[in-house]
Write a protein that binds this ligand. Sequence first.
Ligand SMILES: Nc1ncnc2c1ncn2[C@@H]1O[C@H](COP(=O)(O)OP(=O)(O)OP(=O)(O)O)[C@@H](O)[C@H]1O
Length: 230
Amino acid sequence: MNEIVKTQALKKYYKLGDNTVKALDGVDFTVREGEFVAIVGKSGSGKSTLLHMIGGLDYPTGGKVYVDGKQLYKLNKEQLAVFRRRKVGFVFQSFNLVPDLNVYENVVLPIELDGGHIDRDFVDEILRILKLEEKKEALPGTLSGGQQQRAAIARALANKPAILLADEPTGNLDTGSSHDVMGLLKMAAKRYHQTVVLITHDADIAQLADRIVQIEDGRIVKGSDVYAGE
Ligand SMILES: Nc1ncnc2c1ncn2[C@@H]1O[C@H](COP(=O)(O)OP(=O)(O)OP(=O)(O)O)[C@@H](O)[C@H]1O
């Protein structure tokens, strides 16, 4: 089975005055294509840092990150930015939709900014699967939190990224909307064989993933490799 994400001895240290914070301290982590992985751990354990490293948002202190066969940190800043635009879909707790653009325009915006081809049939299908077809022309401000997050997920899926990374995507939603959003995200991921790595504090949400990876003090303590759950 294809390993789409692989980290080896990944380290990220932050210097704070005389202290060094070891946000990641030797992480070996693999995700295979089409897997839906939840990362859990206490606040400050290193979850967001790991997601940032996989998404090419920052450079590590040591170790390697491979995504879709590319070693990320051999890329310079511009190449890394292109990698992010083309290969990674991001979903955050705060939906980050552009308020003046309607749902459809928000969803296709990253493709337009990258000068890519918009596959309208595919975008329409995603909007249908995420139950947003009636809301294509609505502005984000007129939508519920769950609908806004589904629009953000549609945007992340629209250019068929190699990986979709979600940082607490249900953090701002009530329980009902959280399960709704997770269910639809999972369904879309299955349908497109989309690899998803998701951070959550919520054990119920994590249970919906194919595999749960637990991180403590910058190290993975459970679920690190793809065969752990089998
Ligand atoms: N830019 C930074 N500069 C200094 N320290 C940082 C920076 N980013 C993260 N850290 C530290 O690295 C550690 C890991 O942070 P990280 O955000 O990855 O944790 P987390 O598990 O995602 O936490 P939370 O669940 O609260 O979001 C923490 O001690 C944090 O304070």
